[in-house]
Design a protein around this ligand. Structure first.
Ligand SMILES: C[S@@+](CC[C@H](N)C(=O)[O-])C[C@H]1O[C@@H](n2cnc3c(N)ncnc32)[C@H](O)[C@@H]1O
Length: 455
């Protein structure tokens, strides 16, 4: 439980600003938890017109994402203390947000959380409503009682509440990786995501590293990817290093996907699911006379691919086309690509650390629905690969349905393809498939399979 210690950064903020940050967080949480809005869109909209200091923006962001991330845990803390129906819409989000601060933000004194909750209840409640008294009573009872967890012998429920993961997902993980590994994965996905960048291979990497060090980013070479570095803190997109295309934000495991190809530089490459273009630009960096054709089903998202390509100085190597990859063989004829990447739409279970909502929005049936789309994309683009060409299939999920099972089914229906082992600079695979679980290196969870079309 949080102790009543002072928070220097909090103290520096004016009371008015503090209240605004919390009011914005609460308004966002009401929209997300009660109205089903997307947290990132909702929060960005609220922050845009808010004129908050950077510290207050950070606080509002932390409150929104932290409350969403720990919703199951927080609900459990509150469930037996809420004895009446919460008639006003703001009350439950306010209780969850306050409980989040009490249990997870050690530097905010409990006293301050209660005072702020009181003010917010008066601001958000109806006139003459007693909502603030209800909130106050529940939060005081919560601070008196402290944290509770289900009995450890109820293993699934215990893990579900402790790590704030739906029971179906805990069971799914335990079925595939056993209890001990599941506990390790779940614990790791609640840790903050690393700030990983990939240095452009077209610019002077030594100079970039020196500049990063001077700016206090303390770059540490990635354990996984050749050109990636883990930074001590965020904010890199505001720097000229990012704006000038000397580096880009890319997870360490995500960077391995393109490294699985062998390039000569003159190839025609198809990137079937390309937006926002992280891997497209990485492919393009390998090309001299070759080109990469970047598809995405959403025209709007291709703008991001073009922006990325321009920023990273590879626009001449990149063409974009809004096409459903399941119809790619209607637009392109013959075996015209030497390399094809299918970085498929997936459940994103490897991104649980980065995107706290995924754990609540994904259902087991989604894994099979997505598998159908993934197989269909693979099938339709596979006709476009030249003989001896390379096809890489990747996902940012760890579900077997979308990874190993897709590979198995694709090979069964395409006997002219075979898996090929690949060696990357820091990691390799003899099977042609590489699965990175989120607790192995603290990266995103990823799956990569490399196929070759027999000549
Ligand atoms: C995992 S993301 C790709 C990330 C991207 N490769 C990168 O590195 O930045 C999957 C992308 O596939 C797109 N997508 C979904 N269904 C598609 C389809 N049928 N055809 C083409 N693109 C599709 C989505 O819009 C999304 O941008």
């Amino acid at each position: 439980m949080a102790k009543a210690v002072s928070l220097p950064q909090e103290k520096k903020l004016s009371t008015k600003n503090k209240k605004s940050a919390r009011a914005i967080a609460l308004a966002t949480l009401i929209r997300v938890l009660q109205d089903g809005s997307y947290s990132n869109i909702s929060l960005n909209n609220s922050l845009q017109g808010a004129h908050l200091s950077q510290a207050d923006k950070n606080l509002a962001t932390k409150l929104v994402y932290g409350t969403i991330q720990y919703r199951i845990f927080l609900d459990y803390q509150l469930h037996d203390l809420i004895k009446t129906k919460l008639s006003e819409k703001y009350l439950k989000p306010l209780l969850l947000m306050s409980a989040y601060q009490i249990f997870f933000l050690d530097k905010i004194p409990t006293r301050a959380v209660l005072d702020e909750a009181n003010k917010l209840a008066k601001e958000f409640g109806k006139q003459h409503s007693g909502g603030f008294r209800v909130a106050n009573g529940i939060l005081r009872a919560l601070t008196r009682r402290g944290k509770i967890l289900p009995p450890e012998k109820d293993r699934f429920k215990y893990l579900s509440v402790k790590e704030s993961i739906p029971i179906w997902l805990v069971k799914y993980f335990v079925t595939n990786w056993g209890f001990k590994r599941t506990a390790s994965i779940l614990q790791s996905i609640n840790e903050p995501a690393k700030n990983s960048v990939r240095l452009s291979s077209l610019t002077n990497q030594r100079q970039t590293l020196v500049a990063l060090t001077k700016l206090g980013y303390e770059p540490q070479a990635s354990q996984l990817a050749a050109n990636n570095y883990v930074l001590a803190h965020g904010g890199i997109v505001e720097t000229t290093l990012f704006k000038n295309g000397q580096l880009t934000v890319q997870d360490e495991a995500a960077s391995l996907v393109v490294d699985a190809f062998d390039f000569n530089g003159d190839e025609e490459v198809l990137d079937a699911c390309s937006a926002p273009g992280g891997k497209t630009v990485q492919i393009a960096e390998h090309l001299t006379t070759g080109q990469v054709t970047a598809l995405d089903i959403h025209e709007k998202k291709l703008r991001l691919v073009r922006q990325n390509a321009t920023r990273m100085h590879v626009a001449d190597q990149v063409k974009t086309k809004a096409i459903d990859a399941r119809k790619a063989d209607e637009y392109f004829s013959g075996q015209q690509f030497a390399r094809i990447l299918v970085d498929a739409p997936c459940s994103g279970l490897g991104l649980l650390r980065r995107k706290p909502e995924i754990r609540y929005t994904k259902k087991k049936q989604d894994l099979l629905n997505l598998q159908k789309i993934q197989l269909s994309i693979l099938d339709h683009v596979s006709h476009l690969l030249e003989e001896n060409g390379e096809l890489v299939y990747s996902t940012c999920t760890i579900s077997l349905e979308e990874d190993e099972d897709v590979v198995k089914q694709f090979l069964a229906s395409h006997p002219n393809f075979e898996l090929v082992p690949f060696e990357l600079s820091k990691i390799g695979t003899k099977t042609g498939m590489l699965k990175i679980l989120p607790d192995s290196y603290g990266s995103d969870g990823f799956f990569i399979a490399k196929f070759k079309l027999r000549g």
